[in-house]
Design a protein around this ligand. Structure first.
Ligand code: GAL
Length: 351
């Protein structure tokens, strides 16, 4: 596993997509073809076709990611076609087959279901297409089946830990009513997704590891969706009232929904409730500045898009990945009132 720190140029990458230099993607070995094909990315891009599969277009974070990816690829001269999987694995499988039939040179795939990864990997392997998987990490065992395959994403546990730390950084470590226990609700993404699983687990673990007692009042799946986040939070606030001290949301869209519910219930973030998300969407950054969100965790869409393209180019140049070493991670970054001003988001990177 590679952990590539990008902290130093986060600010720049949030403003100017594709402007920063990247470290190597991290393939284990290069075939002789890599040397003969080697050279500037621009040379390899000419006339090359890239198929991009997104699990669904109707997802705020993945919209930012998709736009960044398309921009970078097009700027480099690739011919890009992007397909909307509509959250339907059968549909995405069909789209991958179509891309293969059309003879794409490389694929970048955001899987609908990681449980279907083995089938996807089989398809691209049989067609011998260099493939970068993004955003939803399959198991190392599934990936080991094909060496022209790499996963680019983030270490989901890290984002969960950071959410917990955002709560620990508050003046009462989340224990607003001072009863010795942090009572929380957890609004989860799609539970099939490892990001949802690990954020749920590690956000709470950060508190218990720090010796803080916790009580889970509720855990509901909100499928990364703002409306669902609002509904779940509204119901829980009506049911548990002041008992709710912390609202953990696996992403910012759901946190923005939860914020609507919090405000409708007459509660105030930072005063009688804490709220955290993940992604650092523009609206979440604005909410932090206004004091309506305790914090978020930057899920660096531009950085991941740059890394995905870099890995794709390495694959096109003949780099292969040894099993057990096929995941490349971009760092998450904690964001709260202390550092929110560093995260300027350009109009271009907005969903
Ligand atoms: C997560 C992100 C969510 C959602 C999800 C889709 O990394 O935080 O907002 O986009 O990916 O798989």
């Amino acid at each position: 596993m590679k952990m590539i720190s990008r902290r130093n140029f986060l600010k720049a990458s949030a403003v100017v997509a594709g402007a920063a230099a990247l470290t190597a993607c991290g393939g284990e070995s290069s075939s002789p073809a890599a040397n003969s094909a080697g050279g500037a990315a621009g040379e390899t891009a000419a006339g090359k076709k890239v198929g991009v599969c997104i699990y669904k277009f109707d997802d705020n974070f993945m919209t930012t990611y998709r736009i960044a990816l398309e921009d970078i690829l097009k700027t480099k001269g690739y011919e890009v076609t992007t397909a909307d999987g509509n959250n339907d694995q059968a549909k995405q499988t069909e789209q991958i087959n179509t891309f293969i039939t059309q003879g794409v040179d490389a694929l970048i795939i955001n899987p609908v279901m990681t449980t279907a990864a083995a089938t996807t990997i089989d398809l691209v392997k049989n067609a011998n297409i260099p493939t970068v998987l993004i955003n939803r990490e399959p198991t190392a065992e599934d990936m080991a089946a094909y060496d022209k395959l790499v996963y680019v994403g983030c270490d989901a546990a890290q984002s969960g830990t950071m959410q917990g730390k955002l709560i620990l950084a508050t003046e009462n470590q989340g224990d607003i009513n001072g009863d010795g226990t942090v009572s929380y609700i957890m609004i989860q993404g799609d539970p099939e997704n490892i990001d949802a699983k690990l954020r749920t687990e590690y956000s709470v673990k950060a508190l218990t590891d720090a010796g803080v007692q916790v009580e889970q009042l509720d855990l509901q799946r909100g499928d990364w969706d703002q409306v669902k986040g609002q509904e779940i939070c509204a119901n829980d606030l009506a049911k548990f009232k002041e008992k709710v001290e912390v609202v953990f949301c696996n992403n910012d869209s759901m946190a923005m929904g939860a914020l609507q519910a919090i405000q409708t219930a007459g509660r105030t973030v930072g005063k009688d409730i804490y709220l955290v998300g993940v992604d650092a969407l523009p609206e979440a950054l604005a909410a932090i500045k206004e004091g309506n969100l305790t914090g978020t965790v930057l899920n660096d869409a531009t950085g991941q898009a740059e890394m995905a393209v870099q890995c794709m180019e390495d694959l096109l140049n003949g780099t292969t990945y040894a099993s057990g070493n096929q995941s490349v991670y971009v760092d998450y970054v904690m964001v709260n009132t202390e550092n929110v001003d560093q995260f300027t988001v350009s109009a271009d990177s907005k969903a």
